[in-house]
Design a protein around this ligand. Structure first.
Ligand SMILES: [Zn+2]
Length: 142
């Protein structure tokens, strides 16, 4: 069997550990790396929404529902970006997502765009749940 080699320190790797045992380099194609990518995407979407709301005529007062949705994205993004290696952070992001989807569902008839948002959030939720089952990509200990 051919052994993989760490791209950073050239140490020989074995097993399914997503981190190099020698230098701690995050190896590609692992759920942890994907989680971070989704976290950053989320954060960007959330901040973009906030900017759109602040720039719109109605401001925050007339767009409170969209504000709530963008806050769900920002919180999930923060958790995903900075806590992607920690199980508690991933656990914490799941109820945020679930609430975001429920919220979108309730106001779906008022804003057709919420259907699209709900779709995006549902995909993220499925992704988080799948990555959650992959215990190997979480750092041991806490
Ligand atoms: Zn290494």
């Amino acid at each position: 069997m051919r052994h993989k080699v760490c791209p950073k320190c050239k140490a020989e790797l074995s097993g399914k550990n997503p981190y190099c045992w020698k230098c701690g380099y995050l190896l590609k194609n692992s759920w942890a790396g994907m989680r971070k990518g989704f976290g950053i995407t989320d954060l960007v979407i959330g901040i973009l929404f906030m900017c759109l709301i602040l720039g719109s005529e109605g401001g925050i007062e007339n767009n409170t529902r969209m504000c709530v949705v963008s806050w769900f994205f920002i919180w999930c993004g923060l958790l995903g970006t900075f806590g992607y290696q920690r199980k508690w952070a991933v656990t914490a992001s799941i109820p945020f997502y679930a609430l975001g989807i429920i919220f979108n569902f309730v106001f779906m008839s008022e804003y057709p765009a919420h259907v699209l948002l709900m779709g995006i959030m549902a995909v993220f939720l499925i992704f988080i749940c799948i990555s959650f089952t992959d215990k190997g990509s979480f750092k041991s200990g806490r």
